[in-house]
Every structure is written in C-alpha cells, then in structure tokens.
Design a protein around this ligand. Structure first.
Ligand SMILES: CC[C@H](O)CC(=O)C(=O)O
Ligand SMILES: [Mn+2]
Length: 337
C-alpha cells in the first residue's frame, strides 16, 4: 500500500458539528498541533465551504477569512486548504482565500454535476492553487457514472478527485468499486472522504487505500457532520499498525483530539438511531434536523421519513420534500394531519 496524503478537516467538516462557532484561538491551537504532528494538509472554512455563512447554511461566529488567515500564519509545514461549493461560494471568495494564502482548494458538487465546476477549476489553476474535485453523495451513483464525472473534472485541470461518502452510506464493496473505477479512468490522484453513519469510516478509508486511493481525510475525534468522519488519530494509529508510515506523530494527534477537540463537542459524535437511519437510507445529514421536527410534528418515525426520502433519491436542496413525506406517512397511518 502506498503512503497516502492525509488531509485533516476538523476545521471545515467539524465546523458543521460546532455550529460554525470556531474562534481564531481555537483555529490557532488546532492548526499548531496538526502542523507539529506533520499532517500535510489542513482544511479551514465554513462547513459548507467559502461564503457558507448564510441563513441557509448557518451563520459563522467569526469571519472565515480571519480564521483562514490565522491558519496560514500558524502552519509551518502544512498546506492550508479550503472547500468551495459552486453556488454557495463565488469567484470573489476563491480569489480572496488565494490572496490570504491557501494552497489547496477542494471544489465540491453533487456527484452528477461536475460540469458546473469548469470555470472554478480553471480559476484555481490561474491562481496557482492545487485543485481537488469532491464528488459528494458518491454512494448515489454507480462507479461508471462517477468515473465519467471525474474525467470531466480532470479535463478542467483537477489534480485529484475524491469519492465523497457524504451520507456515510457506503459499505466496503461500494468503496472498492468506486475508488478502483476512478483509479482506472484517471491519471491524477484519487481520494476518499468518509462519514461514519454505518460505523465504517475507518474500515472504508482503509479499503479505499487498498483499492489505490492516494489521498484520505480525517478529523480529530471524528468531529464532523452527522455521525462524524474517520478520526485522524485512529487512521494514523491503524496505518502505523499496518506498517504504512505516514510520518505523522500519533502522540500529538491523540493529545489534540482529547484535550482540544473533545471539549469543543456540544454532544458526543456517536452513531445514534437518527444518524444510522440517515446513513442506512443514504440521505445527506443536513436533512436530519428538519426530519426530526417533521417526525415529531406528524407523529411518525425519523427512520420512516429517512427511508422514504432515500427511496426518492433526495439530495441537498430537496429538503422541502420532508414535509410531504411526513404528511403522507401520517395519513397512511390514519393520523390526523
Ligand atoms: C456542504 C459540503 C459538504 O459538507 C462536503 C462534505 O464534506 C461531504 O459531502 O461530506
Ligand atoms: Mn463531509
């Protein structure tokens, strides 16, 4: 197995889990430890990417550009990355983040919408950035479709394409097929980003590496959206046991996870019934809060609503389906709506 490049996204995916409340002091403390540990890439931005601080995505307590600036100033060896979702972010935020000093931009779209990324890959390359494609909700399409989408991104100038298991819905065979298909189709790096809704974040990441992935993601203590991500410290521990030397200092990561990140958690990151339902149904975790409200209001189960949304292939932006589904389920049960 080759030595993967590790990106820690505690300060981006983890931003969802702390309700966008990171402070400059917290960013400084986390970047300092990750950098000293030797983590090569550290991602910092609103959880939904640059310019995500809105009523729809949730307002941030501090300007993400201030947080990115702190990260750039603190890191001695690590590259600072940001996430960019076309439609949420615009060229102007991408330019500003590049000016502040990020080195890597990760451009994320639903996994059938690669065609909207062309202008942003081209701009990223003009700005001298490393550009990574992020195919979100990769469980929802077969490997062949992902490979076509990834090839489009490669043609726009991407340096790496990630299979992103946004809903934590993939099992190991699904990861293997998808990563292998991208490895066969592309001549650039392939990455894998896990969520833990089925309890498989670490196992799936190792499977991705066995299938040839070059880059992987983690977050300290698994802090991330939904059931969280693959914990960076556990990934390094497991890779050490497998004699894959990432060069990252495990002791520093364990201390940072325990002493800096664990105290930030409002609730522990666990695979509870609701997170498991969302992963099992393959529904993105941003639906969960609204599904919980609808379930309570109409007297139906969260898992029943999730199952139906999964059957309808709901993707981010279709949250308005939740009420229709809850009402239909309640009516079927003869409940008053
Ligand atoms: C809204 C962006 C999203 O959180 C990206 C990501 O990490 C994922 O899809 O898992
Ligand atoms: Mn994620």
């Amino acid at each position: 197995m080759k030595i993967p490049r590790l990106t820690d996204t505690t300060l981006r995916d983890g931003d969802h889990a702390v309700s966008h409340s990171y402070t400059p002091e917290q960013v400084r403390a986390i970047v300092k430890e990750l950098d000293e540990a030797g983590v090569p890439v550290i991602e910092v931005s609103h959880g939904a990417g640059l310019n995500g601080s809105t009523i729809q995505q949730g307002f941030s307590t501090h300007s993400e550009f201030d947080l990115i600036q702190v990260a750039v100033e603190t890191a001695q060896q690590a590259k600072i990355a940001s996430l960019f979702v076309p439609g949420i972010g615009t060229s102007s935020e991408l330019r500003k983040a590049a000016e502040i000093g990020i080195s890597v931009i990760r451009i994320a779209v639903h996994c059938t919408e690669a065609d909207v990324t062309e202008q942003y890959f081209r701009l990223a390359k003009e700005l001298g950035l490393e550009a990574v494609g992020f195919l979100m909700m990769s469980h929802s399409q077969p490997a062949s479709v992902l490979a076509e989408q990834a090839k489009l991104m490669e043609s726009y100038g991407a340096d790496c394409i990630y299979v992103v298991d946004s809903a934590g819905a993939l099992v190991q065979s699904g990861v293997r097929e998808r990563v292998s298909a991208l490895k066969d189709a592309l001549s650039i790096d392939v990455g894998f980003h896990a969520h833990n809704n089925l309890g498989l974040a670490i196992g799936n990441t190792i499977t991705a590496l066995e299938a040839g992935a070059d880059q992987i993601d983690g977050t300290l203590r698994g802090l991330g959206a939904g059931a969280g991500n693959a914990p960076t410290e556990i990934l390094v521990a497991v890779l050490n046991k497998m004699n894959v030397d990432t060069g990252v200092n495990l002791a520093i990561l364990m201390d940072a996870a325990e002493e800096i990140v664990a105290p930030l958690m409002k609730t522990p990151i666990v695979v509870d019934r609701d997170n498991l339902s969302s992963g099992y149904a393959g529904v993105y975790n941003s639906f969960l809060l609204h599904v919980r409200h609808a379930a309570e209001k109409f007297g139906v189960g969260v898992s029943e609503i999730m199952e139906e949304l999964g059957k309808r292939n709901a993707v981010a932006g279709q949250e308005d389906w939740i009420l229709d589904v809850a009402v239909e389920l309640a009516e079927k049960k003869g409940l008053k709506v």
